[in-house]
Design a protein around this ligand. Structure first.
Ligand SMILES: [Zn+2]
Length: 149
């Protein structure tokens, strides 16, 4: 991530620390899937409110699929609060790839939305869905500018 995506292309580097695993009952609707916070925040916030560092971008790996993201980007979502500058991201059981982490960090850094659809944008880090035939690590100008005002 530092060497292939944000660091080398944008001079944005992350210090990664790994927290202790914890267990919290977040499956509030008992469907064995995590809900996307933008759809229904209670489950994701049960995780975040249980443990978070307010001075960090918090990434949570959850042992469940994410209900709204099956078939789109690999079962992950992120939020960014532009008042507090806080970013948080959640990953389901099949979503913990380097590329997906980098993509969700883009959202945590404040990028709303995604690159336009179409083959010209398949290689973009902020493309909405996985295109398995290409390496999607390209940081486009709008994402770069966002972090270099
Ligand atoms: Zn996205």
């Amino acid at each position: 991530m530092n060497n292939t995506t944000w660091g080398r292309q944008s001079n944005i580097y992350f210090t990664v620390t790994v927290g202790q695993p914890f267990t919290v009952n977040f499956d509030l609707d008992h469907d064995r899937e995590l809900r996307d916070a933008s759809d229904s925040p209670n489950e994701a916030y049960a995780v975040k409110n249980f443990r978070r560092d307010p001075d960090a971008y918090n990434l949570y790996y959850v042992g469940m699929r994410i209900k709204e993201h099956q078939g789109a980007r690999a079962a992950a979502f992120a939020e960014f609060n532009n008042q507090t500058l806080e970013g948080n991201g959640w990953f389901g059981t099949d979503g913990l790839s380097n590329q997906t982490v980098a993509h969700e960090l883009g959202h945590m850094l404040g990028r709303n939305g995604h690159s336009p659809t179409g083959e010209d944008f398949w290689r973009d880090l902020m493309y909405e869905s996985i295109v398995s035939t290409v390496n999607q690590c390209r940081v486009r100008n709008p994402d770069w500018v966002l972090n270099h005002p």
